[in-house]
Each structure stands twice: as structure tokens, then as C-alpha cells.
Write a protein that binds this ligand. Structure first.
Ligand code: AMP
Ligand code: MG
Length: 351
């Protein structure tokens, strides 16, 4: 199978609009035929399949090498589409959905009869999100069905935030990758279980507990996110994830501590290393060393944006080891640290 990357042009001229329309239609055609298409979203790129087709969703598991017990998120383009897919929506969640959707929030509810078992990995709840990325929404609208779309990477690898990243993992395995530019957020959605109270954050992401408390009285983090050794309620959280090929160590500290660490590290190791650090610490990396930026320490959104991209870049540069700065677990920092702990198999050093 030959994999094509079709680029959506964001500059608005009449010709580009026609080209874009054709790409949206092409993507929708494949999806309606139960083929897979990688689509851009604001979180990461998704591997899309018709969400009500057992046959199409089966291909997602095959292509990604995804464990069969890890359920899929269904993506919709309008709030109304939600009500057909679930048994009921708690009233207090409605205002939240009106304000936070479209966006990086996934909700888990009891599923309706329409949803095939493969989507929910046999369970009676389903995860649903309305992405804000225009291209994703247009494709979903054009298909006229919910689209199942886990991250478009091979299972276990860092999530893709560009069409090129998807190509790296899925070349020859799918027909089409729709290129809608780099994902603006860069880490996956917050997953919120609304099936019972207290409502539970199963996976941290762009929105944290404080954001959700503006709408819901009782919200907790899943215990597995707070304590070691607790089995996560979200199946996907138990797997090794987001892992680069190089071994990786996460370090957390102030600039002085980071500096001291790197001086000692350089003296004591001969490993070929990539340093993924905040821009402020760029000068700590030796001239002949590999520095990859996380953006400004003051702007954690930049850290999320740069994170997976750099893990993939480090692999391309064939380094043996990655030193990556971590951050405080606040706001999106909770989601970022959740990913970093998994990428590094828990090798986090507080300096
Ligand atoms: P991704 O592969 O990035 O799309 O991840 C989807 C995440 O949502 C995984 O962590 C799944 O385990 C989780 N998820 C999907 N459906 C459900 C569900 N019904 N209940 C709990 N977690 C879910
Ligand atoms: Mg994933």
C-alpha cells in the first residue's frame, strides 16, 4: 500500500479552498469504505476509522499493534451527535461541554446500543470527544459518522504531532495522511469519567481538575495517577507508552541544580546524549552536544507542544540517552509529567 500525505493549505485563496475540499472528500471516502485515514487534531494526530464499523475499528488495532483491551475514543463534530451514542449525560456536565467543547476533553459515559463492542473493548462505557481542529471537524462532518481515532503512532511510541511523524510509523500501512500542520497542543486529551460520582480524571491533559471544578462539584484524579502500584481505571494508562528508542532520564530542579547535574553528567558519561531542556538552559549544553528546546520555562504550553516532537527527533538523531527537563505538576504540567514518567519508565530525578 502506498501512503500519501495530502496537505491542507491554510492560506485562504479560492484555489486552496478547492484543493482542501477535495482532500476532505477523499479522506471521507476512504473512511466510509472502512479504510483508515490519519487526521490532524489539536492534541495529536489521530488514526481515524469509521467509529460504528467493527471492520474499520479492527484495522486500527491491527495497524497500531494496539492491545485489544484498550478502548477507542469516538470523535464527533457537533454536540447533538453525543446524545445518540450514550445512555445519558449528567445535567451538570452540559454547561461544561458547551464551553470546553470543541477541545481537548474526552468524556466517558455509558454507551448506547449503536456502539460496536470493539470500540469499547467489550465494556459498557464509551469515550467521546469533539476536537477543535477545523480539518478534523470537517472530515467528521463529511463522513457523517463518529470517527474512532486513537493517536496515529505504533503502540508504545511517542504520539505524532505532525504528518511526518505519522509517516514514520505508518508508511505503507494506511492510504492517506491528511496534513493539517503541527498539532497546537501536543499532548493527548484529558479523559474524564462521568459514569459515577465523584467524577474521575482518568488521564490528565490540557484541562486539569481546577478547570473542571468550574463546572462539576465532585472531581477527583484516578488514584493510579496519585499513587504507585494502583491499577488504573483507564486501560490505556497501564501500558508502556510514549517511549523513545533511547533510554531516558527526567530531571527536575531550578536552573542552578540543572547546571550542576549536567556538568557532572558530562564528566562521568561517554553516552551519545540529547538534552531536551528549557530554552533558558540552552547554554548548559556543550557546543558539540545536542540541544532540543522545550520552549520557555514560563510557558508550559510550549513544553507540551515541543515534547513528543523532540522525543521523536532524538530517535532520528540516533542518540543512546535522553536527558529531559520535567516540570511541577500543576495545570498542564500534570499531563506533561504523566507522559514523561511513562516515556522514561519512571526514571525521574528530583534534584
Ligand atoms: P489514545 O490511544 O491516545 O486515543 O487513548 C485513549 C485513552 O482513552 C486510553 O487511555 C483509553 O484507555 C481511554 N479510554 C477509551 N475509552 C475508555 C473507556 N470507555 N473507559 C475508560 N477509558 C477509556
Ligand atoms: Mg495513544
Amino acid at each position: 500500500m502506498k501512503t500519501e500525505i495530502a496537505k491542507i493549505e491554510t492560506t485562504v485563496n479560492t484555489e486552496a479552498l478547492d484543493i482542501n475540499r477535495n482532500i476532505i472528500k477523499k479522506a471521507a471516502k476512504y473512511l466510509r469504505k472502512n479504510e483508515l485515514v490519519a487526521i490532524p487534531t489539536e492534541t495529536v494526530y489521530g488514526l481515524g476509522a469509521s467509529g460504528l464499523s467493527e471492520e474499520a475499528c479492527k484495522k486500527i488495532f491491527e495497524v497500531k499493534g494496539r492491545p485489544a483491551d484498550n478502548p477507542l475514543i469516538l470523535h464527533i463534530s457537533e454536540l447533538e451527535e453525543l446524545y445518540d451514542l450514550v445512555k445519558e449525560v449528567p445535567i451538570e456536565a452540559e454547561k461544561m461541554l458547551e464551553e470546553l467543547w470543541p477541545g481537548p476533553l474526552t468524556i466517558v459515559l455509558r454507551k448506547s446500543e449503536k456502539i460496536p463492542n470493539i470500540v469499547t473493548a467489550g465494556g459498557n462505557t464509551v469515550a467521546i470527544r469533539m476536537p477543535s481542529h477545523k480539518v478534523a471537524r470537517e472530515i467528521i462532518k463529511e463522513v457523517g459518522l463518529p470517527i474512532a481515532a486513537p493517536s496515529a503512532n505504533l503502540s508504545g511510541r511517542p504520539s505524532p504531532t505532525t504528518a511526518k511523524d505519522v509517516m514514520e510509523d505508518l508508511n505503507g500501512k494506511i492510504n492517506l495522511i491528511v496534513d493539517g500542520g503541527q498539532s497546537s497542543i501536543g499532548i493527548e486529551s484529558t479523559v474524564l469519567d462521568l459514569t459515577s460520582k465523584p467524577y474521575t480524571i482518568l488521564r490528565p491533559g490540557f484541562f486539569d481538575k481546577v478547570d473542571l471544578e468550574n463546572y462539576l462539584k465532585e472531581v477527583e484524579y484516578d488514584n493510579a495517577l496519585l499513587e504507585e502500584g494502583v491499577i488504573p481505571r483507564s486501560p490505556g494508562q497501564k501500558y508502556k507508552h510514549y517511549a523513545p528508542k533511547a533510554s531516558m532520564e527526567v530531571i527536575i530542579g531550578n536552573n542552578k541544580q540543572i547546571k550542576e547535574f549536567i556538568v557532572i553528567y558530562i564528566k562521568s558519561t561517554i553516552k551519545n546524549t540529547a538534552y531536551i531542556l528549557f530554552e533558558e538552559n540552552k547554554n548548559l549544553v556543550p557546543k558539540d552536544g545536542i540541544f532540543l528546546t522545550l520552549g520557555s520555562k514560563e510557558k508550559l504550553n510550549e513544553m507540551a507542544y515541543n515534547l513528543f516532537k523532540n522525543l521523536r527527533l532524538a530517535d532520528k538523531l540516533k542518540v543512546e540517552h535522553i536527558i529531559c527537563e520535567g516540570t511541577l505538576e500543576k495545570g498542564i504540567g500534570i499531563g506533561i509529567m504523566n507522559r514523561l514518567k511513562k516515556s522514561s519508565s519512571g526514571t525521574v530525578r528530583i534534584l
